[in-house]
Ligand binder design. Structure first.
Ligand code: PHE
Ligand code: FE
Length: 298
């Protein structure tokens, strides 16, 4: 029997640009009945471990939203059940996908309040690390904050901004992608109780949940739109710098202006290394840089 355990890797194809991935764009029904006992056990293990770790580390809104949506350690959630709660709260819908989508398809989904969720979950031997997004990252990490009206609007605005940046050109897209990386994926938020995590790339990782808040190595710097857009990032190691928002409203307000003139102004400026601290930065913590890899910023 074909089970859902083996992730369907994106296919690759030989082209004149070399061996490139062929992304699958189709929206698929979540094949819930095909999840194996191992798949449910992987969800359970990860859910329990991360929830225990994230109490007092993740943003309160994030943890409350998971509970409100009815996510739990018992079994892999059904997208259609989550959709009833999510749709009523903010009008978002989860759609199942095989994996990463072409950029424009991804932006179009977001602009229309559809969040693509990878339907398959990592194998048991990939519990601690998987290079590509799986259901645990997408569902556990990204979906809860879509219950928050402000964050939900931010994500849809990002999708519309993505369609626009795509039309402007690759530099605009690169600047916008950094904003997504340093907020949606790796963002921290400043609260009365201290810094908390809201980025999906952090909350879905045991190692980075600890590192991002507790390690002395990385920089923690106040959110600044243009500063972030100029900053390279890491895809193969923990981040060298985390950016800290004061509130989701701040994120929404700072990103409300038309980015077209901002992209134009940024184009001649040099890109900043991932670990650099600059004059004008609001420094919450200046990283020691201990253990940082040389090179490799994208
Ligand atoms: N205001 C941005 C633009 O005009 C769109 C955007 C909104 C991008 C929110 C990201 C987040 O391009
Ligand atoms: Fe992600």
């Amino acid at each position: 029997m074909e089970t859902a355990t083996a992730p369907r890797r994106v296919e690759h194809q030989q082209t004149d640009k070399g061996y490139v991935p062929v992304y699958t764009t189709a929206v698929v029904e979540q094949p819930w009945d095909s999840y194996s006992a191992d798949d449910h056990a992987t969800w359970s293990t990860l859910y329990q471990r991360q929830r225990a770790l994230l109490e007092g580390r993740a943003s309160r809104e994030f943890l409350q939203a998971q509970d409100e949506m009815g996510m739990n350690a018992h079994m892999i959630p059904r997208f259609d059940q989550l959709n009833e709660v999510l749709g009523a709260a903010t009008g978002w819908t989860l759609v199942g996908v095989e994996g990463l989508l072409p950029e424009l398809d991804f932006f179009d989904h977001l602009a229309n309040r559809r969040f693509p969720v990878t339907w398959w979950i990592r194998r048991p031997d990939q519990i601690d690390y998987i290079a590509e997004p799986d259901m645990f990252h997408d569902l556990f990490g990204h979906v809860p904050l879509l219950m928050n009206p402000v964050f939900a609007d931010y994500m849809a605005a990002y999708g519309r901004g993505g369609v626009k940046a795509h039309a402007i050109g690759p530099e605009a897209l690169q600047h916008l992608t950094r904003l997504y990386w340093y907020t949606v994926e790796f963002g921290l938020i400043n609260t009365d109780e201290g810094l908390r995590i809201y980025g999906a790339g952090i909350v879905s990782s045991k190692g980075e949940s600890l590192y991002s808040l507790e390690s002395a190595a990385p920089n923690r710097i106040g959110f600044d739109l243009e500063r972030i857009m100029r900053t390279r990032y890491r895809i193969d190691t923990f981040q060298k710098t985390y950016f800290v928002i004061d509130s989701y409203e701040q994120l929404m307000q700072a990103t409300a202006p038309d980015f077209t003139p901002i992209y134009a102004a940024l184009e001649p400026q040099e890109h900043l290394p991932a670990g650099q601290v600059q004059d004008g930065d609001r420094v919450f913590h200046q990283g020691t840089g201990e253990g940082w890899a040389d090179g490799g910023d994208v």
